[in-house]
Design a protein around this ligand. Structure first.
Ligand code: HEC
Length: 122
């Protein structure tokens, strides 16, 4: 008897764990959406004035009302978040690196915001 029942056990355990994981994950989803819009809001503020020098001084991004003309127009470039984050960490040509001036969280927030606001995230 025991030998016959044993093979069923792992499957039952797996099923229970799966349902438990789902039950735990569902209430978290709206929180994640709220986190994301909070992150975009932080990214926008950093873009306009929080980052030093502010991105808006050099870049045009319509959604932010920025009209800088030193660097590329972000509405045309439509960079994805990874491209923005790389430019911020490494710098590029005349653009300064923000490594050491902005935290990883701040860089991620600006990158997410620029990708979303420029259309690069779509
Ligand atoms: C002093 C002016 C200046 C500031 C401030 C500045 N940039 Fe730039 N940025 C530039 C220039 C110039 C380039 C083009 C560099 C090149 O291609 O040689 C550029 C390029 C970029 C690119 C394109 C990178 C690529 O891969 O082609 C992105 C994205 C970008 N900037 C985002 C930002 C963001 C976000 C900020 C604020 C945190 C910012 N920039 C601040 C001048 C600036």
């Amino acid at each position: 008897m025991r030998a016959r029942l044993a093979p069923d056990l792992p499957i039952q355990r797996c099923g229970a764990a799966g349902w438990l994981a789902l039950a735990l994950a569902l209430p978290v989803l709206p929180v994640l959406a709220a986190d994301q819009s909070a992150q975009l809001e932080i990214g926008k503020k950093l873009f306009m004035s929080g980052a030093v020098p502010a991105c808006a001084v050099c870049h045009t991004l319509q959604a932010a009302g920025a009209e800088g003309a030193v660097g590329p127009v972000l509405d045309e470039l439509k960079p994805d978040a990874a491209r923005v984050a790389k430019a911020l960490r490494d710098g590029l040509g005349q653009m300064p690196s923000y490594k050491g001036k902005l935290s990883d969280e701040q860089i991620d927030a600006i990158a997410a915001y620029v990708a979303q606001a420029s259309g690069g995230a779509r």
